[in-house]
Design a protein around this ligand. Sequence first.
Ligand code: SME
Length: 158
Amino acid sequence: MSESLHYSKGSAKAIIYQELLPQLKALMADESNYIANLANVTAVLKEALGFFWVGFYLVEGHQLVLGPFQGSVACTRINKGKGVCGKAWEKAGTIIVPDVDQFPGHIACSSKSRSEIVVPVLQDDKVVGVLDVDSDCLDAFDEVDAQYLEQVVRMIRF
Ligand code: SME
């Protein structure tokens, strides 16, 4: 496994995502432990895309529990239907929030977070977790992020 990432710093994010996909695939190819793989996915996304916070929440009963992440300390449990993460779980679909202050029920783990995208992780058509990415800028996420982050989570094997 290569220890360094290769990506075109300063390029459009679609280019960087395209460069990361095969590297993520290779990183996870020889590792069966999903916690190890989730941890590396967060490290890759944080390093290459400079996200403010990136991490997984994993379904445990009626709650999401904090999993591997990169960034500052975060809330550990989120109920189904609560916050952006709980809503993405409930609807089993990606949610893009251009301004967290305008999202009713948003859970603020950091006051620096301004916009957010949450992508559900599905296994056999069931949501088993979510990938949550926060930015300290408004309106940081769009369909490009949704499309590529959905591809990233589809690579993960639980
Ligand atoms: N903002 C999320 C909570 C998790 S933190 O952003 C890390 C939410 O509203 O579900």
